[in-house]
Design a protein around this ligand. Sequence first.
Ligand code: R5P
Length: 312
Amino acid sequence: MEGRLQVFSGNSNIALAREITTHLHLNLGRALVGQFKNGETRVKIEENVRGSDVFVIQSMCAPVDHHLMELLIMIDALRRASARRITAVVPYYGYAKQEKKTTGREPITAKLVANLIATAGADRLLTMDLHAPAIEGFFDIPVDHLQAGPLLVDYMRDKHLSAPVVVSPDAGGVGRANRFRERLGASLAIIAKQRPEPDVSEVIEMVGDVEGKTAIIVDDMISTGGTLVEAARVLQERGARRVFACATHGIFAGAAFDQIADSPLEEIIVTNTIPLPPEAQAARIRTISVAALFAEAIMRIHKDLSLSTLFM
Ligand code: R5P
């Protein structure tokens, strides 16, 4: 790709953006991303981007709509400023749980968001652990889809846990848990859950032997923490000696930290796709950085090199 490499960030996760640019030996691009007094988002790109290969980093964490709007407006500003190519770098892609209709008269908001990003002017998307891999197909622009699994496995492997069993907390996560299990060298257990209403999780049954073992629950995201805490409770009831959890995106909505603090979970490992508030430390949460992986992906995209090795 011709043109300078420039990296900008919205306000959702500036710490991660700075870490990524440090790995790239670049300064974060100068941009004003604020608000007008009437509440509308105000953006001004404060350096020349004409002909550049530009990356805009923004996670869709809370306040989700505000951060999405910042991303769209930044892309629009960069396009109008004649950037040669714009890649939206979205470490956490929000609205991803609304990727299908579960009943009549519902939206498919994950698709709407994909349309918005492309319409704003993004030429590519770089993201991590989409809630449903099919979301990649909602985009008609190239999508590079990174996985945090290998980083999380490395962290767990270093603990040398005895008799590890990887647990999928729902049927939809079995593939992810199985990949984790294969890398770690562990057995597998699967929990079937139901949601009697949005944001409420109930365990129906568990398949697999966890008696006397170290259970590692693997999920893509922790939102209210309900799925995790319910799974941990069942694992303890079924005789698991220790319970850990690994997830890529730590949203921790509502009373998640309180629920987790009262649970049998010994340690929860998430990545920094979403910044954590200080309360996270009291809730036994450990963060692993994905900055080096994103930096490598950005450099490879910029140089038109294959990203396949990053997916292994
Ligand atoms: C569900 O399909 C996801 O993989 C997660 O298990 C879920 O989003 C977690 O949500 P919560 O923490 O609110 O139970």
